[in-house]
Design a protein around this ligand. Structure first.
Ligand code: FES
Length: 410
């Protein structure tokens, strides 16, 4: 939260008065309140003064509003300094208010802040061309579309670092931009489409007691998964002597990854990556997510990330080290930042072609291990990896190469 004090005297104008149009507007606002209650118009009047003065309130405007409403200056100053909607110092032509409250924070507001610092500079600083400034504020009431920003009078929601960076670039270039959600949602309906109104089962009575059926189905699935896990553990125990030695990784492997064929020449592998498996449809993904959730629910509560991953998929083959000592920059894949690149390297994953060759069992394993349910599919890591392994580029990798993605640096 910013410090709420008036701008330095050096930039304060000597006087302020509403122009003729606003004077007429002020009369209509003040007339809305009973005699003696004109002070109730203080917020609309301050707002109009701010608009007239290019987006910020100088001291003279606060005093002028106090005069118009016959209020002590200090009472109007209290209002102006309390609400962050009133700017007490100059702002950019595109004034960005970033919500930093918990839901937006959990959904990536900190990363958005880095984009703002990178592109605009410090908070409350106006760019040299006067086009941008930004400020972190409290909840703007669009939490279901977190993370979000307000730019002047409009909301831009469901942001990622990439969409916010593009938004700033487009505004700076005077290009048209889309107001509202930036991820394809129309408002705050479920991602992937509304589940209501079109669903006939909502009206035919079949949903009565649905919550109970849902619990019963989950309990049955969890029981079945537990039994299967016990059987698999017994089978693994019986076969233990024949199991190959696990590849050394940051965390000790329970399932034994097969060794990368030592004779496969690295260059050939990079030129001809295994074609990426096609992404399953939404229904199949949901069924898979439910299956994974049931299997994890059957594990002890203190199961490690690796134990959970082992229960739902197959650990991908890892290398002991990057081929020729040079790993690929996995951060060129959208969805992989520095932290997850480190985790993948610790699993022996250093190259794009390794990721492009994953099947469903490996996707389930890595998605569960990284606690990223569904993200590998949503961001289509495999297709990105296949393109990059073949020497091509993606829109995202081009931006990373230009240094335009702060989270992919380093
Ligand atoms: S927490 Fe960001 S809009 Fe509510």
């Amino acid at each position: 939260m910013s410090v709420r004090r008036l701008a330095p005297d050096a930039i304060q104008p000597a006087t302020f008065a509403f122009d003729a149009t606003n004077q007429a507007w002020v009369k209509t606002q003040v007339a809305k309140y009973p005699e003696g209650r004109q002070a109730s118009a203080v917020i609309p009047l301050l707002w109009q003064a701010q608009k007239q003065h290019g987006g910020w309130l100088p001291k003279a405007a606060i005093e002028h509003v106090a005069d118009v409403l016959s209020m002590p200056n200090i009472r109007v100053l209290e209002v102006a300094t309390f609400y962050t909607m009133f700017n007490l110092e100059p702002v950019g032509q595109h004034f960005i208010q970033l919500c930093g409250t918990v839901p937006c924070h959990c959904m990536g507001a900190e990363d958005l802040k880095k984009v703002l610092k990178d592109k605009i500079g410090a908070e409350r600083h106006v760019t040299a061309d006067g086009k941008f400034s930004w400020l972190e504020v409290e909840c703007l009431g669009a939490c279901t579309n977190a993370p979000m920003v307000q730019i002047n009078d409009d909301y831009y929601e469901d942001l990622t670092t990439e969409t916010l960076a593009k938004l700033i670039d487009d505004l700076g270039a005077g290009k048209p931009v889309k107001i509202g959600p930036q991820n394809g949602r129309k408002t705050s309906e479920p991602l992937g489409g509304a589940k209501t109104l079109q669903d006939a089962s909502l009206y035919d009575g079949s949903m009565v007691g649905g919550w109970k059926k849902d619990f019963e189905t989950r309990a049955a699935a969890a029981k079945k998964a537990k039994e299967e896990a016990a059987k698999a553990a017994e089978a693994a125990k019986a076969a233990a002597p024949a199991a190959p030695a696990p590849v050394k990784a940051a965390e000790p492997a329970k399932s034994a990854p097969a060794k990368e064929p030592a004779k496969a020449p690295a260059k050939a592998a990079a030129k001809k990556p295994a074609p990426a498996a096609s992404r399953p449809d939404e229904a199949a993904l949901k069924a898979e997510e439910a299956d994974i959730a049931a299997k994890i629910a059957a594990l002890p509560k203190d199961a490690s990330a690796e134990q959970k991953a082992d229960a739902v998929g197959a650990r991908p083959k890892g290398l002991k080290a990057a081929r020729k000592g040079a790993s690929d920059d996995l951060k060129r894949i959208k969805g992989i930042g520095k932290v997850n690149e480190g985790k993948l390297n610790a699993l022996g994953i250093f190259h794009f072609d390794q990721i492009a060759a994953w099947g469903r069992p490996e996707i389930r394993w890595v998605g569960t291990y990284l606690a990223f349910p569904g993200r590998i599919d949503r961001e289509d890591w495999l297709a990105q990896a296949a393109t990059l392994a073949a020497g091509g580029d993606t829109e995202f990798s081009k931006r990373v190469d230009k240094g335009a993605v702060p989270t992919s640096k380093g």
